[in-house]
Ligand binder design. Structure first.
Ligand code: SF4
Length: 63
């Protein structure tokens, strides 16, 4: 079963790191200044773990 990938958006500081590291799974909303998991993206993307590690707010979860 695919791992679930999600962001605690309340904690996101809008640094765009996850989007740079893993554009396959994340998209940035300029208006909200927050990142979101793309529709249908799962933790299966190789870069998902890298994105988790890159998040300074530690608000990306892969479980
Ligand atoms: S890396 Fe973390 S803090 Fe930065 S935009 Fe992505 S979710 Fe937000």
């Amino acid at each position: 079963m695919a791992k679930k990938l999600w962001i605690d958006e309340d904690e996101c500081i809008g640094c765009e790191s996850c989007v740079e590291v893993c554009p396959e799974a994340f998209v940035f909303d300029d208006d909200a200044a927050k990142a979101y998991v793309k529709d249908g993206a799962t933790g299966e993307e190789d870069c998902a773990e890298e994105a988790v590690a890159s998040c300074p707010a530690e608000c990306i979860y892969l479980e």
